[in-house]
Write a protein that binds this ligand. Structure first.
Ligand SMILES: [Mg+2]
Length: 286
């Protein structure tokens, strides 16, 4: 058995793919985009969905915690809205000018002889804008984003149901305030990290073998979910190791110092990487 393992290591690099989250992973949280994004989400909930200001923060937290994204939670509890409208409201007004070209990261990524794929819960317009601003638009084989996992019109509610959507919403605050809730937490039609279904779908679409893939994300729960899926994991943006994280990087810029094996594995191997490069359907387009 030992011989088999050794043989495999020599013949084949340990990793053949790097899967990256986008926001707060490829650029720092200190850019301020995340804070503005949270504010825009609450404005959308108040202005477009009529949710009262006093409840915004609590509902937001409960939805984010239980459904992966606030949007996925809003759909679960009965709000119907156009995904593009939501994304353009929430992301369209972000201070993208705060993101500057990052030639250091660009060189690191281009120097890595491995497949590189983005996996983000955000929409494709946002992903393209961020990558464009960072000067990284040509560093990735493809992007798995909101639209990849949630094809258009799949789960929209019909027009005649639209008028009374307010009356049908599920009271999530009440649900969590009850010691033993009488109702069941509704499911969301939106596929997003950290759900197992979202990871499975992303790995399938990009033809990724989790055992040979390193996953980078700034979210502890995404890292935990990825570990559960069999991926190797790197928590980015902190120096504190957490459950499910194989490695931690304070900044993505430290990738070479912290993970030299990503370069070495290929240097040492005689086997050519990359036989199975597969194009992902969602293109990098602005
Ligand atoms: Mg992130």
């Amino acid at each position: 058995m030992e011989y088999d393992n050794r043989y495999q290591q020599v013949q084949m690099p340990q990793y053949d793919c790097l899967l990256f989250d986008l926001d707060d992973t490829l650029y720092p949280l200190s850019s301020g985009l995340a804070a503005q994004c949270s504010k825009n989400i609450q404005d959308y909930m108040n202005q477009k969905l009529g949710i009262s200001k006093e409840k915004l923060s609590e509902i937001c937290n409960l939805l984010y915690k239980n459904y992966g994204t606030t949007m996925a939670g809003l759909r679960a509890i009965g709000y119907d809205f156009d995904y593009d409208d939501y994304h353009s409201f929430v992301h369209g007004r972000l201070p993208y000018e705060k993101l500057k070209p990052d030639p250091v990261l660009r060189n690191l990524l281009l120097g890595l002889p491995l497949r590189k794929v983005i996996f983000t819960n955000a929409d494709k317009v946002h992903a393209a804008k961020v990558l464009g601003r960072l000067g990284l638009e040509d560093c990735f084989e493809g992007i798995i984003c909101f639209e990849t996992l949630n094809p258009k019109n799949k789960d929209t509610i019909s027009d005649d149901e639209e008028d009374d959507h307010q009356t049908k919403t599920f009271d999530i605050i009440k649900y969590f305030s009850e010691a033993s809730p009488q109702s069941v937490l509704p499911k969301t039609p939106v596929l997003c990290k950290p759900s197992e279904a979202a990871f499975k779908q992303a790995l399938k679409i990009a033809n990724i073998d989790p055992k040979r893939t390193m996953f980078f994300d700034d979210s502890v729960r995404n890292i935990e979910a990825a570990k559960h899926m069999g991926l190797h994991t790197v928590l980015v943006g902190t120096s504190q190791r957490s459950k499910g994280a194989d490695f931690v990087l304070e900044s993505i810029h430290n990738i070479r110092e912290a993970l030299p094996e990503l370069w070495e594995a290929n240097d040492k191997s005689d086997v050519k990487y990359s036989s199975g490069k597969v194009a992902i359907e969602t293109p990098v387009t602005a």
